[in-house]
Design a protein. Structure first.
Length: 460
């Protein structure tokens, strides 16, 4: 029987599969639950059930009388599901209120249409000068000229009276403006101010981070034999280490359907009872593999290989090796100082709270270094380590290594990843659309005198 009570009971038991069936039954019955369809769409999306989520959000739009706000939420959900063209079609006839305008601009930015993004964001900050996220996106798109930069800096100097996260975004954007001007001391002060405010909202827990890293190694054993032809290709490494560039290279191959920060392994880990090899050893591995394949198919269809660049894959490699033994793994490494600085100056919408303090960055990076050493020894040739500096200095041989490791045939596309038209939703959306170059090397040099807290802690 289709009812919300059945769904609530499934959620109370933490039975994700039963909850999904309950949502499907409610859809089949065309249940008259009105605005509750919105919550069901959010829940289904959290469960990786894209088809259910999109069907539920359509019911929410209908229950809302097709309101602009409901259709905007539908567009946001479509974008999260990777349906950017469909999201753009939904947004096209809507009004020009700030939320809708920002959604359109974000779609344009993610799709690589920087001119359209700049035009929309310029209009938005002229109408809403305290829209911190719009300033941040405009700076990322390279759309802040001298006059507009002066205006932003003045607004920040005046306290930028907006909600805390809007102020954090504006501070970070002003740091970007000052960096482009070569005023590195002032830029560092702006980035540090943004990090300090953000840290008050989202403090990092070093003990929990260390416990997570230790738990990742539970049950570690010799790698399961495999051919490295599995559908999923896992790319891991610290944020800002070059993982999006590697993803861009791989998705330029004709047999790779797409990729992104999919965050599907968390659902596999939930069913396994943990994210490590020990948990996988106690679970039904075939069922877990089937679940992961189902979730990939929801997003990318039934064919083509997929790059999974989810956050914290390094903490789930035991699960990956046990459940998906044919999946190749790529770990990207970058100069620690450059990577640390890039993380500190980047505004991450969610997660990565360790990036808000130079000491926390050193602690987290040391944990990841230790994990890399252990996984490299344990997984052998299943894991390919790519050095970012080598990749951008002499790309061809490194790309050839990457393709060979993933058992992908040689093609021209991966050697020109900047021409790849796919959407990119990470902080690297602008950089990966440029030809591979050395511009990411030595980025910490102008800020070296400010980075002693990281250097000292990382060496300790």
């Amino acid at each position: 029987m289709a009812s919300l009570d059945v769904l609530k009971a499934a959620l109370a038991r933490a039975d994700r599969a039963a909850a999904n069936r309950a949502i499907a039954d409610l859809l089949l019955a065309n249940a008259g639950i009105g605005q509750s369809w919105r919550s069901l769409a959010t829940l289904a999306m959290h469960h990786g059930e894209i088809d259910l989520a999109l069907a539920a959000i359509e019911r929410f739009v209908a229950a809302s009388g097709g309101s602009f706000a409901a259709r905007r939420e539908q567009a946001v959900l479509l974008a999260r599901a990777g349906r950017l063209e469909a999201a753009a079609r939904v947004l096209a006839p809507l009004g020009d209120d700030p939320a809708t305008a920002f959604a359109r601009a974000t779609l344009a930015l993610d799709s690589g249409d920087f001119a359209a993004a700049q035009a929309q964001l310029l209009d938005l900050v002229s109408r809403e000068p305290l829209a911190g996220a719009a300033w941040l996106a405009l700076e990322a798109a390279g759309g802040i000229d001298t006059h507009l930069g002066d205006r932003l800096i003045a607004l920040v100097a005046g306290g930028f009276p907006a909600p805390p996260m809007a102020r954090v975004a504006a501070l970070n954007a002003s740091g970007g403006v000052l960096h482009r001007r070569g005023d590195h001391d002032a830029a560092f002060a702006a980035f540090a101010g943004a990090a300090a405010e953000h840290r008050r909202i989202a403090p990092h827990d070093r003990a929990a981070d260390a416990a997570s890293a230790a738990a990742a190694l539970n049950g570690i054993a010799a790698p399961t034999a495999g051919t490295r032809t599995g559908r999923a290709i896992f790319v891991t490494g610290l944020p800002r280490s070059g993982t999006t560039l590697v993803e861009q290279i791989l998705t330029a191959h004709s047999t790779v359907a797409g990729g992104g920060e999919l965050n599907l392994l968390r659902l596999v880990a939930q069913d396994a009872g943990g994210a490590d090899a020990a948990a996988a050893g106690r679970a039904d591995r075939a069922a877990l593999a089937s679940l992961y394949d189902h979730l990939l198919t929801q997003r990318f269809g039934p064919t083509g290989r997929v790059v999974d660049k989810s956050l914290n894959v390094s903490r789930m490699l035991g699960l990956v090796d046990a459940v998906l033994p044919d999946s190749p793994i790529v770990w990207v490494r970058r100069d620690p100082l450059d990577c640390a600085w890039s993380c500190f100056r980047t505004h991450f919408d969610k997660g990565a709270h360790w990036s808000l303090d130079l000491g926390d960055i050193a602690h987290h990076m040391a944990l990841e270094d230790a994990l890399h050493a252990r996984w490299a020894a344990a997984l052998g040739d299943k894991l390919l380590t790519l050095d970012y500096a080598a990749l951008v200095t002499d790309p061809a041989p490194q790309i050839a290594r990457l393709l060979a490791h993933c058992e992908l045939a040689e093609e021209s596309g991966p050697y020109a990843p900047h021409a790849n038209p796919r959407a990119v939703t990470t902080a690297s959306t602008v950089q990966v659309r440029q030809p591979i170059g050395r511009f990411g090397l030595g980025v910490a040099t102008p800020y070296r005198r400010h980075l002693d807290p990281f250097v000292d802690a990382y060496r300790a």
